[in-house]
Design a protein around this ligand. Sequence first.
Ligand SMILES: [Mn+2]
Length: 405
Amino acid sequence: MKFIHTADLHIDQPFANVTTDDAGFQQELQQVNHAVLKKIVNQCIEESVDFLLVVGDTFHQARSSIYTQEFIMNEFKRLEEYGIQVIMSFGNHDYYTENRYWFEWPENVTLFTKEEVTTKVITLKNNEAVAISGFSYEHQWITQDKALDYPERDLDTTYHIGLYHGEIGSTGQYAPFLVSELNPRYDYWALGHIHKSEKISTHPLAIYPGIPQGHTKKEKNGQGIVLVEVESNQVDYRFIPVSIVGFETIEMTLKEDLERHLYLSKLIAGMAQKDWACPINFVTVVVKPVTGQLMSELIAEKEEILHYLQTKLLQQTAGNIWLMDLVIESVETDKLIMGFDASLIDDLSAPFAKKDEFYKLAKDILQQPVIAANIQFDEEDVKLMVQESTQLVKDKMIFKNEASQ
Ligand SMILES: [Mn+2]
């Protein structure tokens, strides 16, 4: 038995913060999500798999666009021509509602549409039978652990696979489960929901494929698909990257003796000449100025410098690089910020860097239904937010201070 496992395509999610008015580039970006699904379908055909498992959050929206629906169904039909089946469940983003789909799902597609765990049996070309147990979201949240609802291994079929879209933990809104609860007699647990590629257990083999295509800089660790081969008791797997847009962060240093008229060209050349992994790369550049003077100047003109570099890089690399952000690193100086030591700002922000304190402060906002449905902060987000706002306060104060001198 050979199959490809994917999840979390989020196929109608746009790329965040692409502010360019370069129409060609915008158009190229609009094709990316579709092109990623085409790559997955092509892989299935090239590897002559028996079936494709799609474990939730195929659509980013519960109400998906008609064009997107048609596109996906046509891609699945392409698999039908090769006798490849598709087994699909719905996640917290695309939770299943009947009558939301304007086309008939192709005949090679088997859907899980119920929140209860059910089992479907499919037959492979060699006549071996595979039991597949799983569930779909019918609501945005599932607070119950579903792992213990899975049936015993089916003894009448050659293989048994579990589909599970959810998070690891003892409580949570996304069908929280414990790894130890996954039935060890299943041949494979196909997981979804976590956007990072990770094998969470070897016996039984349980894998999060990660997101095939990230849409924000936090989602840079997804490989997206797993190719799995099971022969009697032997299970082999490998991740296959399919992303078209990559997210990268690089550091560049501006030395003291570099002449002013070379700054911008040095930044552009440094980025344009690098070997990037993906056809399109969303890059965050951390600029390390060596003097406090230069730092203040860069900060003062950051917005315009950023816009200039974005435009030039898109032109010079024919859409290979989108500069997401310039982070101007602070320079350790003896200079006082508005009469205070620079470390004072760090001291002030320190309490908010603690997770509990942040949630206490942001509780009212985070409990608003619209926000709760769309925004979740993990520890890393909170840390980054505190860091960025601390830096912002410092930048403003240093600049004001220097301007007034
Ligand atoms: Mn999800």
